[in-house]
Ligand binder design. Structure first.
Ligand code: PMT
Length: 394
């Protein structure tokens, strides 16, 4: 399945470098074209001759050679379909995260525009170091795929997290990316996530149990499938390779979504929007009184989903439906009432799916009355199946 694909294998200077000889063989057996580049330090662990024989290609180490008419790092970066950095040392990771280009490998990394997989391997204390963790988060947030190291005995004698993940995992991640069709390429998708926050006063608020996981899973998968994603979120989200707009209340969410919706192809309302907000929110902290009961008046929030459906031209509009009873009956009523193209119904009374869980189990209702049930699976899998339902096989 990797036949004819061009894989650039980048080896940095760690003991796990010897394992990459086998990874190169795996790619070659799958009929991929492999080019290898190494840092000068990597050659302390594995020889150029071995890598050259296994890849059946010249191995790149130096930055510039006199007989090249084009800088080598540009031509390597142009030719490859994917770059796989394994093992990635703390040193190279830190250079990647800070744009340092002091050898052929780091220069190619900087010039590379397609997908990059990074498989770190290092001593457990180095891996746990907050500076390394910050650099990893930064790279992950910029869209680089990090295959986290595993726990076990390390070459230095320590036991902990730092061992290169399995070669099968690296191979699968490579195949998954190269074989995944970017079927959402050219589409702008707006997704909402999290529960809205409706202030009572500067200290208290009304909200709900939505963690934002479902919306974020949709945004991540939509991005992987090539869409231009805008996530409108009420929850703190680590850095993402797509546009994230933070909002708090339903009114803020409405303003942002309606603006993004104008240029979108598809909008998915996975957020749990409060139906009501506090009528007269207090500017200052409300004081405790002698009264045993106090009341707060709530007024209706706008129905964002419904208003998008009323305004829509060619856009696809998808709603979610959170119910704790009569899921299917209520969902049927809701799709009619809101007028959306799809409604994803989930049961929020169960603790193994829905709110805050990493899993969900949903029924997709379509405007034409057809339904499809998706069995319990990780939210990322459910997200993928939702896109499959909307846009065909993905
Ligand atoms: O965030 P997680 O912890 O991962 O949990 C996921 C989820 C359970 C929150 C999610 O899957 C979900 O069901 N989201 C919708 C929650 C909700 O508000 O459902 P609802 O049935 O009350 O609303 C129906 C639809 O109308 C929703 O798409 C909602 O975004 C939208 N709505 C609701 C009220 C309102 N004023 N404006 C709206 O647009």
């Amino acid at each position: 399945m990797l036949s004819g694909k061009n894989i650039l294998v980048a080896i940095t200077g760690g003991i796990a470098a010897y394992k990459i000889c086998e990874l190169i063989r795996m790619y070659k057996r799958a009929n991929a074209n492999v080019r290898v580049i190494v840092t000068p330090n990597a050659l302390n662990f594995v020889t150029k001759l071995t890598l050259q024989n296994l890849s059946q290609n010249e191995v790149g180490v130096e930055e510039f050679t006199l007989d090249e008419y084009r800088p080598e790092h540009i031509s390597y970066a142009d030719e490859a379909d994917i770059m796989v950095v394994a093992p990635a040392t703390a040193n190279s990771i830190s250079k990647f995260a800070n744009g340092i280009c002091d050898n052929l490998l780091t220069s190619i990394f900087c010039a590379f525009k397609k997908h990059v997989i990074i498989a770190p391997a290092m001593n457990c204390n180095m891996w746990a170091n907050p500076i390394i963790q910050q650099n990893i988060s930064k790279l992950s947030g910029l869209g680089y795929e990090i295959l986290a190291p595993e726990s076990g005995y390390l070459a230095c004698g320590d036991v902990g997290v730092g061992r290169l993940c399995s070669l099968d995992k690296i191979f699968e991640a490579t195949a998954k990316n190269l074989c995944m069709e970017k079927i959402l390429s050219g589409k702008k998708i707006v997704i909402t996530a999290g529960g809205t926050i409706e202030d009572i006063d500067p200290v208290r608020y009304i909200s709900n149990y939505s963690s934002g996981k479902m919306g974020i899973a949709l945004a991540d998968v939509g991005y992987e499938l090539g869409a231009e994603v805008t996530l409108v979120s009420t929850v703190a989200t680590k850095q993402k390779p797509y546009k994230v707009i933070s909002v708090k209340s339903a009114l803020e969410m409405q303003k942002t979504v309606e603006n993004e919706f104008l240029t979108s192809d598809c909008t998915i309302m996975a957020a749990a929007v409060a139906d009501y907000r506090v009528k007269n929110k207090s500017e200052h902290k409300m004081k405790k009184t002698d009264e045993n009961e106090i009341s707060i008046t709530l007024i209706k929030n706008p129905d964002i989903l419904k208003s998008l459906c009323e305004k829509k031209k060619n856009q696809i509009v998808v709603g979610f439906c959170a119910e704790s009873e009569n899921l299917f009956e209520n969902a049927k009523q809701k799709i009619k009432n809101k007028g959306c193209d799809y409604l994803i119904a989930n049961d929020i009374s169960r603790s193994d799916i829905g709110f805050s869980s990493d899993y969900n189990e949903v029924t997709i209702l379509k405007k034409d009355g057809t339904i499809k049930k998706l069995e319990r699976a990780e939210k990322s899998v459910i997200a993928r199946m939702i896109f499959e339902e909307i846009y065909g096989q993905v």
